[in-house]
Design a protein around this ligand. Structure first.
Ligand code: NAD
Length: 543
């Protein structure tokens, strides 16, 4: 803590008197690898330090407290109530501006992602920029259709009438985002919220400070600030926001904070989407094109933010007989992609910060696990890099199998029969995604029918999220609620049920006094019994 204080104090002298959202301050913040949340010890020590040695942080805290949050929500609510965000034109203008913002600032975005995560340019381009542009374009193309009320049939007993489902915006919504795909996972929900006609507050992750700053600066410049706002910050700022009444909270992050969000939302009966994580398994059958399978597993693990992805492969299950062949193929594939010395490769992101680096090292250095390493395990804290690491048959009660790995470590578990893997997966919390590699049609069917998860991909990894017709979201511990494409629009809309009637055809049948004749006719009409209706109208009865 003493060293930390010295480092922070020297930074403080540079940062003092700067605005609270100052970029250099945030960089220093990250360089010192302070993780403010996941370790309660670190977190409380840090706050203690703030109070005594870092008035700038106190200032930051003061500048966005519950009072400021309340005032922000009030302003946004007034703007929402004015009706401006509901119009088709407003929504289109915002979506076009977001698209233009991404187009005109691609370089700045890629640089920020590199600064936060060492993310390779191509990965930033495909997994963040392109995905967001597709979302914006789809929303622009489909918005009219999405906004058009959906006609619904009414029953004969309500003749004459018509009915429709009208999608209306929820109001003022909060989006809380995470650091691993900090641009995509911040803006993608915002696109849905804006398309649906809401006012939005976005709270990006403080662990990707460069991207957070770029988001704040760019959105302020490009979109309607009276209805779309960014609040940067960490726990204090998020807590201040969570005290407010929202019409929806869309949270992406871990289950621990997800529970905090859900608890805060319950106070106001606010609906919540929780996009959480978990341990995504990949079952690898021996009946498989091993070269292609291995390339796609590597792509979905190490070439996808270096394993720091909620949909990345967390662990593999394969048969005892096939495991040695699979490990050899993975070893060769990794060398082909990243070279003999994986630290030389520029094609893998780095670990986000020192806290996570140490957490990952702890997972592979645990006593009952360290002798299970079959590949990798080299680490370099100064570069925040860990080599692609494969472990074979780690015990189920090891930390690496108990928590989401979220990094470049890949345990392989073995079973006698590939179908035994279904039970192994189902025994754990439901994952966000479950993967299967197999050419066996029967096995594919059984996997889809018997394994429960947020989503699935057969014979590939990660790219399923680019299919906008598929909803994205978890189940059980991996989350609740859906988005992407039209599902994003629906997530941020209320489906209002509307029945239209005219004053014609007002039958006395439904009104008292309920004579026996009326009752017969009423029952016949309700049950759709044409013969009964005729009998009742003629005054005859079968009773
Ligand atoms: P996190 O839950 O620690 O943080 C997410 C957000 O919550 C951040 O904006 C942070 O500022 C805020 N926050 C943190 N502590 C808080 C507190 N005490 N009170 C209020 N707000 C708080 O998650 P993370 O470490 O940023 O992200 C990793 C997790 O997110 C992993 O579990 C991963 O699987 C999951 N994830 C899920 C998806 C998805 O789409 N399902 C995508 C990416 C990441």
């Amino acid at each position: 803590m003493a060293t930390l204080s010295v480092v922070m104090l020297s930074n403080w002298s540079n940062c003092c008197n700067r605005p609270s959202g100052d970029y250099k301050f945030r960089q220093a913040y990250r360089r010192n690898n302070l993780h403010l949340r996941q370790s309660s010890h670190l977190s409380s020590s840090f706050h203690c330090l703030c109070a005594t040695t870092l008035p700038v942080l106190e200032e930051q805290k003061r500048t966005f407290d519950a009072e400021r949050a309340a005032s922000l929500v009030k302003d946004l609510r007034n703007n929402f109530r004015s009706g401006r965000t509901k119009s088709y034109e407003w929504r289109v203008a915002q979506l076009q501006s977001i698209l233009r913002m991404i187009d005109e600032n691609e370089k700045m975005i890629i640089e920020a992602l590199y600064e936060d995560l060492g993310k390779p340019e191509l990965e930033s381009f495909t997994a963040e920029i392109t995905m967001l542009k597709s979302s914006s374009k789809e929303a622009l193309e489909q918005l009219k259709r999405w906004m058009t009320p959906e006609k619904v049939k009414t029953s004969i007993s309500l003749y004459p009438s018509s009915a429709e489902i009208v999608s209306e915006p929820l109001g003022v919504v909060l989006v809380i985002s995470t650091w691993n795909f900090p641009f995509l996972l911040s803006l993608d929900p915002v696109i849905g919220a804006v398309a649906a006609g809401n006012a939005v507050v976005l709270k990006p992750s403080e662990l990707a400070p460069a991207t957070s700053s770029v988001l704040a600066k760019l959105l302020e410049k490009y979109v309607d600030r009276s209805a779309i706002t960014v609040v940067e910050g960490a726990v204090a700022e998020t807590s201040a926001l969570l005290e407010q009444k929202w019409d929806k909270i869309f949270f992406t992050g871990g289950g621990r904070v997800g529970r905090i969000v859900l608890t805060a939302a319950a106070k106001h009966l606010t609906p919540v989407v929780l996009e959480l994580g978990g341990k995504c398994p990949a079952v690898v059958d021996s009946n498989v094109n091993i070269e292609v399978a291995v390339r796609r597993i590597i792509a979905g693990k190490w070439a996808c933010n270096n394993g720091q992805a909620c949909i990345g492969v967390d662990y593999i299950i394969t048969t005892k007989d096939f495991a040695p062949k699979l490990i050899d193929a993975l070893r060769n594939g990794l060398e082909e992609f990243f070279g003999k010395d994986p630290f030389e490769s520029k094609d893998r992101s780095r670990i986000v910060n020192s806290f996570h680096f140490k957490r990952l090292v702890g997972l592979m250095d645990e006593d009952k696990v360290s002798d299970k390493i079959v590949l990798g395990a080299q680490r370099d804290e100064s570069q925040l890099q860990i080599a692609p690491t494969i472990l074979l048959n780690v015990p189920e009660d090891s930390l690496i199998m108990q928590e989401e790995i979220f990094g470049p470590l890949l345990p392989i578990l073995t079973v006698d029969n590939v179908e035994d893997s279904f039970e192994m997966i189902n025994e754990k919390s439901k994952p966000l995604v479950a993967y299967l590699f197999s050419d066996d049609e029967q096995l594919k069917k059984k996997f889809v029918q018997n394994v429960s998860s947020g989503g699935m991909a057969i014979n590939d990894t990660v790219i399923q999220v680019s299919v906008s017709g598929l909803p994205f979201g978890g189940v059980g511990e991996s989350g609740m609620g859906l988005y992407h494409g039209k599902f994003s629009f629906e997530t941020f809309s209320h489906k209002k049920a509307v029945l239209y009637r005219s004053f014609a055809g007002d039958s006395s049948l439904r009104y008292p006094p309920y004579t026996p004749e009326k009752q017969k006719l009423f029952k016949a009409v309700i049950s759709g019994n044409i013969f009964g209706i005729i009998l009742a109208l003629l005054g005859w009865s079968r009773d």
